[in-house]
Design a binder for this molecule. Structure first.
Ligand SMILES: Nc1nc2c(ncn2[C@@H]2O[C@H](COP(=O)(O)OP(=O)(O)OP(=O)(O)O)[C@@H](O)[C@H]2O)c(=O)[nH]1
Ligand SMILES: [Mg+2]
Length: 358
C-alpha cells in the first residue's frame, strides 16, 4: 500500500511524513522532492501476540509514504510533484488549518474548504490534459481504421472528459471493473482514492474528533472514494519524541483522543478497504495487509506465492479467541480454532497457520 502526501506549499506535508515514517533526521523540509519512507503500522493486536510468543522477530505491516514538494496553483498540468504521485494507491491531500504568522500560505488566509476545492481542480485539470489528447488520438484512429476496440476506448474517454468538464473528479464516475482496469495505465490522479488530511493547529485538539464538519469540509464527506481526517502534525511530531507514558499524559492534557499516526492509518485502511491478518509463532509474529473480502488462498499469496499455489487448508482463530484461550493448543481444545478451506473469506484480526504443499 502506497500513499502520496501532497498539497499546497507549507501545509505540513514533510512534518507529517516525518511523523509517519519516523525519519525526522533525514526528511528534507522545504524540498521533499519525492522522498519515500516506510511507515510501520502500529497494532496493539500484534503487540499482544509478541507478548504471548516472545518471537525472534516482530514484523508490523507497513505503508509506503511519498512526500512531494508543494504544488502551486495553476501548475497542475505540468507540475512535477503531481507526476511523482502516479504510482501511489491513494492521495493524501494535506490541507492547512493551522494558523501561524511565521509560516506564510500561498493561498492567502487559512481556508481548508477553499484549498480542498482548488486542489481537486488541479487534479481534474491534470487529468483533462491527458484525456483530451487521448480523445483526439482515438478519434483519428477510429476514422482511419474503425476498430471496435478503439471505438470502445473512445466512448469511455469521452465519458471521462465529460465528467472532468463538469469539474468532477474521475472518482465520481461510475465504471465497470473492466473499465477501471482499462484506465489503469493512465494513472489518472482524480481517479485515485483521496484522503483529505486536515492539519489543524495545536490549539484545535478539541476539533479533531469532529471530523470534516469541524473544519467546514462536510461537502467532501460521503463522496465516492473520499475520506476526511484531522490531526495536528507539528505537536504530534513533538509528542513522538517523548516516551510512551509522557506522550499519553501530554495527549490527554491537550485533549487528543487518538495519536495522529493511528488516525491517519485507520483512515487509509478504511479508504482503501484494507484489513490485517496475523501469523504468529516463536520465530516471528507478523501482520499482513490484505483487501477486505480476500479469500484464504489469496491471503496466503500475500505471504508467498508457493503457499497460495500449494494451499491445502488454513488453521484460523480470531485474535480475541486466541488471547482468551491463551495458546494455539488451548484454542484447538476449546474449538475456537477452526480449519477453513481456500474459499473462506478472511476476517480482520484472524490469526492464521496456512497448511500447504509444494
Ligand atoms: N504552528 C504549526 N506549524 C506547523 C504545523 N505543521 C507544520 N508547521 C510548520 O510549517 C512549516 C512548513 O512545514 P513543512 O512540514 O515543511 O511543510 P510542507 O508542506 O512539507 O512544505 P513544502 O514541502 O515546502 O511545501 C514548518 O515551519 C513547520 O514547522 C502545525 O500543525 N502547526
Ligand atoms: Mg515538504
Amino acid at each position: 500500500m502506497k500513499i502520496g502526501l501532497f498539497g499546497f506549499p507549507l501545509t505540513g506535508k514533510t512534518t507529517l511524513f516525518e511523523l509517519l515514517t519516523g525519519t525526522a533526521a533525514q526528511a528534507q523540509h522545504g524540498r521533499g522532492e519525492g522522498q519515500v519512507g516506510i511507515c510501520k503500522v502500529p497494532d496493539p493486536r500484534l503487540d499482544k501476540l509478541t507478548e504471548m510468543y516472545s518471537p525472534k522477530k516482530h514484523t508490523p505491516a507497513t505503508i509506503e509514504c511519498v512526500d512531494v514538494a508543494g504544488v502551486e496553483k495553476g501548475q497542475a498540468a505540468k507540475a512535477l510533484p503531481l507526476d511523482q504521485l502516479r504510482t501511489v494507491d491513494a492521495l493524501a491531500h494535506v490541507v492547512r488549518a493551522f494558523e501561524d504568522e511565521a509560516v506564510p500560505h500561498s493561498e492567502g488566509p487559512i481556508d481548508p474548504l477553499r484549498d480542498a476545492i482548488s486542489m481537486e481542480a488541479e487534479l481534474i485539470l491534470a487529468d483533462m490534459v491527458v484525456v483530451e489528447k487521448r480523445v483526439e488520438k482515438l478519434t483519428l484512429n477510429v476514422k482511419k481504421m474503425n476498430k471496435a476496440e478503439d471505438k470502445r476506448d473512445l466512448e469511455l474517454m469521452k465519458r471521462c472528459l465529460a465528467c472532468l468538464e463538469e469539474e468532477q473528479p474521475l472518482r465520481n464516475l461510475e465504471m465497470t471493473e473492466d473499465e477501471v482496469v482499462s484506465l489503469r495505465g493512465y494513472t489518472f490522479l482524480s481517479m485515485k482514492p483521496l484522503l483529505v488530511v486536515v492539519n489543524a493547529g495545536e490549539d484545535a485538539a478539541d476539533k479533531l474528533d469532529g471530523g470534516a464538519a469541524a473544519f467546514g469540509l462536510s461537502e467532501f464527506e460521503g463522496k465516492p472514494k473520499t475520506y476526511v481526517t484531522a490531526l495536528s502534525a507539528k505537536i504530534e511530531a513533538e509528542i513522538a519524541q517523548l516516551d510512551a507514558e509522557d506522550a499519553e499524559v501530554f495527549r490527554s492534557d491537550l485533549g487528543i483522543t487518538e495519536p495522529a499516526l493511528d488516525r491517519m492509518i485507520r483512515a487509509s485502511y478504511d479508504l482503501l478497504g484494507r484489513m490485517s491478518f496475523f501469523t504468529a509463532g516463536e520465530d516471528e509474529c507478523r501482520a499482513w495487509t490484505i483487501r477486505k473480502g480476500t479469500i484464504a488462498r489469496k491471503a496466503a499469496g500475500a505471504i508467498h506465492s508457493d503457499i497460495e499455489r500449494g494451499f491445502i487448508r488454513a488453521e484460523i482463530i480470531a485474535h480475541t479467541d486466541l488471547v482468551e484461550a491463551g495458546s494455539w493448543a488451548a484454542g484447538r481444545d476449546k474449538g475456537t480454532l477452526r480449519l477453513e478451506g481456500k474459499e473462506y473469506v478472511m476476517q480482520d484480526g484472524d490469526v492464521v497457520n496456512f497448511r500447504f504443499n509444494v
